[in-house]
Design a protein around this ligand. Sequence first.
Ligand code: BTN
Length: 323
Amino acid sequence: MASYGKILSLLRTSSAGYISGQEISNQLHVSRAAVWKQIKVLRELGFEVESKHSQGYRLLSSPDILLAAEIENELNCSLIGRSVVSFPVIDSTNVQARRLADEGALEGTVVVADQQSAGRGRLGRRWESPFGVNLYCSIILRPDIPVQQAPQLTFLSAVAVAETLNEICNLTAEVKWPNDILVNGAKISGLLNEMSAETEQIHFVILGVGINLNMAADQFPRELNYPVTSVLLATEEKVDRLLFLRTFLQRLDACYAELLTQGFAPVRRRWESLCNVINRQVDVDLGAEVLRGTVVGLDPEGALRLQLENGEIKKILAGDVRP
Ligand code: BTN
């Protein structure tokens, strides 16, 4: 059976414009009838595929949707993306990933949606998730690490998001402790990690990642009390969501392998090099009091290490850091 993801990839890369049914069937080792069936599926999904007698097929236009078959195709990962599930609309990719993880989904399963009807942010907030412009994805991990080290995974996804923004979009993204990614001081991405564990053992962790890619200014909710941005607003250019997602998953895959084989130190160093307040004086608002000190790094459990003016190092577990 030919996957329409593979056919799509051939249609996209066909330099002559047209590619014959015979050529597709030869390359994918499937029958001409199977090719025809999958072309029909593509058309039903909104792809405009012209077919011309004696020349073959040509892709005229594509809907801006993220399809599992296309994401998986040419994804160069060892673990993350072993299974990809995509939805045009879902309540929340984190909620769906949790459902799948409860049913025993493989480690590395990725859930992606073009829109979320009930996107979840931190502290019970809503995450605005309009159709077709951003990235909403959740990754199921089943790491064999102590429960107290699970926060390390937040830094892992923050590093992968920031490095992808810098590589693909030519931005200077920074990480803000504990789990925001900023561009020019405005939030461009948020992370929501959720865990299922017993005292000693992690069953699974869901890495929830929302990245504002092609969101226009009027698509952001008005009530936000912090500055926000998107790649489109920061660069005035649209980003290819599929390319971005593939690059992000590949980077995350490499970072995760590094974490499992070498421990937290390499990820911590990368996170610290992307952090705008390392070795700088900050105020940390703890709610009841505000501490002033110099940020000296992360500890193995993800706490921020703050050196107070008297030299004492304080571990910050929660709070708002202001430069
Ligand atoms: C934050 O408040 O900063 C965290 C936002 C996390 C949003 C992402 S979008 C994909 C995944 N599914 C959700 O419902 N939330 C996360």
